[in-house]
Design a binder for this molecule. Structure first.
Ligand code: MSP
Length: 513
């Protein structure tokens, strides 16, 4: 089995401060990175900022700032957010870094060497907001203003000399690749969208701009800068020290296991990026998963629409782990979803405070009162104990398979079910009525503590801080968290002292007016 796991987020435009949509992509990527880490993989997790192109140049101009200074300031807000979100990323790349520039220029030269680049003239529509070219069929006219039908962003007419990439040449190879590698694009609906786009015919792609200078220069041609998407996509390999394909990072982690992206940037990742890689004879990533949008009302949350929600404010009000839990559980992965404070509060009260936090408190208090605050040593499991414990063992490989399919929805629902069962078990077994049958009482406490241990481990990728706090019951640290150990029913050391813990989640007083 491949024990190296490389996951990436899109690199974000530092044209404004990050919002909830960016936080969403990053938290989901962090979930997979953390899961794979506790399941024994070497994980490389990359995020960063996409700093070139007209969109950024204009944003800096609007603020009257030097472009690089502007990028420095805003890129820092994304790096800070990575810390605030408790991301476990192992690298943060900026496309203005030297390592990236070298990589992009090398890729360009590779494409040129293989005769995939030629010079011509581009005349057509361009959206600066999307940094994307659109054909006439993809444009609509709203009150005299032209915009993209898909993204609704304004477009402008572009007419200039440009280098082109022979995208059309790769049409058949791409279709064959999608067919031969059915897991390459998911979810299924997005895959079909890509296949029909490619089947509709690919035109060669303009990959340089002459009318502005904020970008990486085309090698041997000072008048052109490289198209920002060719520049940006290369980040996934420049962070692994491409062009040195013998470098240990590159050898270990390329091809990437997953590029996690939003559905807005599917075409760039599923068509252009694989075509560039095919042309440069570099292996293709294993999987591209495009998730849905965080909506504000009915619309995508985005800076240009002015409808953004600041993740930092929500975290200040409710805490980080509740937000992580909410985004993972309540926004069905792969679909669009919205954020509602009311549903967030419900998650905190019922799932986190009641079903999880309260279970930990109850069982630990009971063990302190009745088992001298120790893991009971005299135990004899009954069928009802083994049944609930064995469920984890039976399902462990299924859970791994679901994660490989990036089925977060299955994972979180699985935990919710186990929490429900655990609470029911403790209530139904009524250990408080077993004070005359110490063997039975001990066995119920042992089983309940063991379930708590297993659930805390499973919760770690979702709510890492709270999981670590709860695992202090057993004196465990982050480095002791190991997913395989949920198989084992006898992991708790007989007679070992357990620890009281502080309340994990405070209930929110709901105002029912
Ligand atoms: N810079 C490009 C990506 C280059 S990757 C080689 C870009 N940047 S972006 O900042 O506009 O958006 C990046 C990603 O942020 C989106 O693909 C998506 O993953 C996430 N989101 C931005 N707004 C979002 C929502 N409203 N909802 C969910 N995710 C969204 O595109």
């Amino acid at each position: 089995m491949d024990k190296n796991f490389y996951i990436t987020t899109p690199i974000y435009y530092p044209s404004a401060k990050p919002h909830m949509g960016h936080a969403y992509s990053s938290i989901l990527a962090d979930f997979f990175a953390r899961f794979k880490k506790i399941d024994g993989h070497n994980v490389h997790f990359l995020t960063g900022t996409d700093e070139h192109g007209l969109k950024i140049q204009r944003a800096a101009e609007n603020e009257g700032k030097d472009t690089l200074e502007f990028c420095n300031e805003l890129s820092k807000t994304f790096r800070d957010l990575s810390n605030i979100l408790n991301l476990s990323n192992t690298d943060f790349i900026r496309t203005t870094e030297k390592r990236h520039k070298i990589s992009v220029q090398n890729l360009w030269q590779e494409l040129k060497k293989n005769d995939d680049i030629y010079i011509s003239k581009y005349s057509g529509w361009y959206s600066v907001s999307d940094e994307a070219f659109y054909s006439d069929e993809e444009i609509e006219d709203i009150n005299g203003k032209k915009q993209s039908i898909i993204s609704k962003s304004a477009v402008e007419w572009m007419n200039e000399e440009s280098f082109f990439f022979r995208l059309s040449k790769w049409e058949k190879s791409l279709l064959k690749y999608y067919e031969d590698n059915p897991d390459f694009l998911s979810p299924e609906s997005r895959k079909n969208e890509v296949i029909s786009f490619v089947k509709g015919g690919l035109k060669d792609l303009s990959i340089s701009r002459k009318s502005f200078s904020w970008g990486i220069q085309v090698p041997e041609n000072k008048e052109h800068v490289i198209y920002v998407w060719l520049d940006a996509l290369t980040n996934y390999i420049s962070a692994l020290n491409y062009p040195d394909m013998k470098d240990s990072l590159f050898k270990k982690f390329w091809p990437a296991s997953v590029h996690l992206i939003g559905k807005d940037i599917l075409r760039f990742h599923a068509v252009y990026w694989p075509a560039f890689l095919l042309a440069a004879k570099i292996p293709l990533p294993k999987k591209i998963y495009s998730h849905g949008w965080i909506l504000s009302g009915e619309e995508k949350m985005s800076k240009s629409k002015g409808n953004i929600l600041d993740p930092i404010k929500i975290i200040k009000e409710y805490g980080l782990d509740p937000l992580r839990y909410y985004l993972i559980k309540e926004v069905s992965f792969g679909n669009d979803g919205s954020i509602s404070k009311e549903r967030l509060e419900d998650c905190i009260n019922s799932d986190l405070a009641n079903n999880f936090g309260n279970l930990c408190q109850r069982v630990v208090s009971f063990a302190f009162k009745n088992c001298s605050g120790e893991i009971p040593s005299q135990i004899k499991f009954l069928d009802e104990d083994l049944k609930i414990l064995e469920k984890f063992k039976t399902d462990i490989n299924l859970i791994r398979k679901k994660i490989d399919k990036l089925d977060v929805n299955y994972y979180i629902n699985y935990i919710v079910d186990r929490l429900f069962e655990a609470n029911k078990y403790f209530n139904d077994q009524e250990p408080w009525k077993k004070k005359d049958d110490i063997l039975r009482l001990n066995s119920i406490v042992y089983t309940s503590l063991e379930i708590i241990r297993k659930i805390c481990i499973m919760l770690f990728p979702i709510i890492p801080d709270s999981s670590i706090k709860a695992l202090k019951i057993f004196g465990m640290n982050e480095s002791d968290i190991n997913f395989s150990s949920i198989e084992d029913h006898m992991k708790l050391d007989f007679g070992k002292k357990i620890n009281q813990i502080n309340i994990l989640f405070k209930k929110i007083e709901k105002n029912n007016d």
